[in-house]
Design a protein around this ligand. Structure first.
Ligand SMILES: Nc1ncnc2c1ncn2[C@@H]1O[C@H](COP(=O)(O)OP(=O)(O)OP(=O)(O)O)[C@@H](O)[C@H]1O
Length: 351
């Protein structure tokens, strides 16, 4: 097992900087997600770590080995880094077994037997033991991604990089494959990095989520920390649903349209105006007038497992602000409810 360390990584294409000093540390055997909007440089970061692109500056280490650094760029095949690309990356003219065997050594004593055994192990690990003779065109999208995973794992890499490997799959299959990927990486003891723009995927699968924006990692934390204590307003609204309210803060207490709220980071000395962020599940509805502030129902959206209700509250300055709250069933539009807030909230001062 090997720790992955990325320090100050920079990469431009022509005049356009794409990586502007990326720092990332993934502990040995951990599974990290790099989460960011389209175009923020996620794929470029993976390609530099894998050795498919050269960095302009900065360093990549796998364990103690510098694989990218000043005057050093190990070729991809010597990095002990496996890659699972987006869909459609299998060799179409090779069978499942041949695809998986692709990166395994041909030479040495018993090479043929050892290759065959390793392919068998890997196909069993990804749940495809029966399909070794099939061609890629005879597989479903999910099966193809399992083969791509087996191929990446076959040489026993220290680090496995996955570039949106589930993006073409439907929701149920995605969830199942995510779990299987995690287990397969754990089984071989590899450190994993998954690139995704899907925040639910990142939060549900990873030990650590690094949020990337415009070529830098703006926050790296456990999924729970990231959700509960985002580093800035953009991270807060990108990761999960957020209720954002104008606020005036004095002595660590925010006055908002939802009443007086305590701040997360015990910001006792904090003063001034800004915004607070809270999560919809921190809001609880009670009968109007019983407690909290009064809100008016504007509509309900049903998601199956639960629903969210859109409410409007009137702030201390007379402005009407929308908030979102979890609910079990639909509520009549225009109904009045009481809203109370559980737990502290994040505060971001106006610039
Ligand atoms: N080989 C290249 N030559 C020129 N520009 C490139 C090259 N590869 C990537 N880019 C540019 O770099 C920027 C970042 O691309 P990258 O693919 O790393 O982003 P991403 O975050 O992975 O996006 P997505 O989620 O859409 O795949 C984009 O503006 C892209 O057009």
């Amino acid at each position: 097992m090997k720790r992955l360390t990325v320090r100050g990584l920079r990469k431009s294409f022509g005049e356009t900087p794409v990586l502007r000093g990326v720092d990332l540390e993934v502990p040995s055997g951990a599974f990290a997600a790099v989460l960011g909007p389209s175009g923020c440089g996620k794929t470029t970061l993976l390609r530099v770590i894998a050795g498919f692109e050269t960095a302009d500056s900065g360093e990549v280490r796998v364990g103690d080995r510098v694989v990218t650094g000043p005057g050093r760029a190990l070729p991809p095949e010597r990095r002990r880094v496996g890659v699972v690309p987006q869909e459609g990356a299998l060799f179409p003219h090779l069978s499942v077994a041949e695809n998986v065997a692709f990166g395994l050594p041909h030479r040495g004593r018993d090479a043929t037997r050892r290759r065959r055994e390793r392919v068998g192990e890997l196909l069993a690990l990804v749940g495809l033991a029966d399909l070794s003779g099939r061609m890629p065109s005879q597989l479903s999208g999910g099966q193809q991604q399992r083969v791509a995973l087996a191929r990446a794992l076959a040489p026993g890499p220290d680090v496995v990089l996955l570039d949106e490997p589930f993006s073409a799959l439907d929701a149920g299959l995605r969830a199942a494959l995510r779990e299987d990927v995690r287990e397969a990486l754990q089984a071989i003891g590899a450190t994993g990095v998954l690139v995704t723009h899907d925040q639910e995927e990142a939060l549900s699968i990873a030990d650590q989520v690094a949020v990337m924006r415009e070529g830098v990692v703006v926050q790296s934390a456990t999924p729970r920390e990231l959700y509960a204590a985002p580093a800035d307003l953009d991270v807060a609204t990108f990761v999960g649903e957020a209720v954002v309210l104008p606020a005036r803060v004095e002595d660590g207490v925010a006055t908002t349209a939802l009443g007086r709220l305590s701040l997360l980071r015990g910001a006792a000395g904090e003063h001034g105006t800004g915004r607070v962020v809270l999560r919809p599940e921190q809001l609880h509805m009670v009968r109007a007038g019983r407690a909290g502030v009064t809100a008016r129902v504007r509509g309900t959206t049903f998601y199956g497992h639960d629903a969210s209700v859109r409410l409007e509250v009137t702030g201390p300055d007379g402005r009407v602000v929308p908030v979102l709250c979890r609910t079990q069933g639909p509520l009549p539009e225009h109904e009045e409810v009481g809203v109370i807030v559980a737990g502290p909230v994040s505060f971001f001062a106006d610039a």
